[in-house]
Ligand binder design. Sequence first.
Ligand code: NOJ
Length: 490
Amino acid sequence: MTNEVANDWWRDAVVYQVYPRSFADGNGDGTGDLIGVYDKLEYLSALGVDAIWLSPFYTSPLADGGYDVADYCDVDPRFGTLADFDLLIGRAHELNIRVIVDIVPNHSSSEHPWFREALAGIGRDRYIFRDQPNDWESIFGGPAWTQVPDGQWYLHLFDPSQPDFNWSHPDVHAFFKDVLRFWLQRGVDGFRIDVAHGMIKADGLPDVGALGHRQIELMTTAELPYFDQDGVHEIYREWRPILDEYGAMAVAEAWVSSPARLARYIGRDELHQAFNFDFMVAEFDAKSFRVVIEKSLAEAELVGAPTTWVLSNHDKPRHVTRYGGLARARAATLLMLSLPGSAYLYNGEELGLDEVTDLPPELREDPAFLRTGESRDGCRVPIPWAEGAWTNPWLPMPARWDAITADKQEHDPGSTLNFYRQAIRLRRGFRGDIQWLDVADGVLSFRRGDRRVVLNTSQSPVPIEGTVLMASGPVTDTLPPDTAVWLADR
Ligand code: NOJ
């Protein structure tokens, strides 16, 4: 898949995020694994996705669900083996499903051999050690520095078990280029770059300053000395020729202060895409959606690359819960799948899963939980394939999910699973740019080619005209509140 056209597959792709620990359990030990993913490839093919993005499955203590990597070129035994990975990617490609893997270059696990050596006083400059900490805060709460027995402090923008690499060190550059090649040679089609705005820290590690609130709250509005530094772009310029050599793409997880700053990550000599989180954080409201869509499209124009859309992932409460119910979640999904650009789905959203908010504290594993009381475990509960499909899952599934298991939804034409299948199939018929249509307050509507999309976030039904291609819920000649529809001209 290396010709020009094939290389552009990501532009309008539906990419399905697999959180391996929670997706499917191939060996029955209660933790999802790569063989579990392999077993579900036919399911994913029937869903119609173009690609899967695998969250980390590398050797890891799983202190942050695998975003703490101890060996970047091996599979954690809980998730399987490299041979399982090869099997998975081989079958995925046979089914025309591309495979994107996560790369975590900002930090390693404290179990990484380099950090162990650093603790022993060898090669400490591959990480960021100082005699005195500054005022930087961890994204997971508390200070971003931890002291080691000899008195020095090391930087960790996340958990203390995730020390930040020193990207001024040539070894770090060489190492990650080798990691990219390792996975490219195994056939991966792309990378999702974790904390793509991290890695380079401002010279001298200046204090943020006493601003009276948690620094993380400033992440999308202010310049922080540890995020979005100009030097980070040099890294992507180093990586791009390697990606090009294999015809692979990369998508950035970059939280930055403006669309213009985000645009700097994209381009012929840097990355292909960046997640557009503004859409995910928008209210369920016609006006908020329209503002974000217009802004995102303008931003895409700036860089000549289509934008990405996402409603749920492993870091945010599921959108069924955020929006206050399945009707709204389905409506927002139908809107998302009609937009130009690529759409990223999160495993389980196609079953209409909601957030599990009542997990007992002792079962929660998110490292942020202990420090801040906020936990992302509720969106990481294993996927209910069928009643009893998991033996002792690492997080318990709520009893209410017994009614919405994948096997129950399979043959129910009104199920959320079949709704997603239909929407993904029909989405391919959308052509052209968005032309906004004048509609009442609380309603959003646009035309793309010979199709129209209407979303009703108001309290009252609104009249609709045309042939209904599909809708997120029951419709007649009116569109009820909390519903979206795709219409063809009569
Ligand atoms: C972003 C990932 O999505 C999140 O799950 C992780 O905790 C942090 N990066 C740190 O790697």
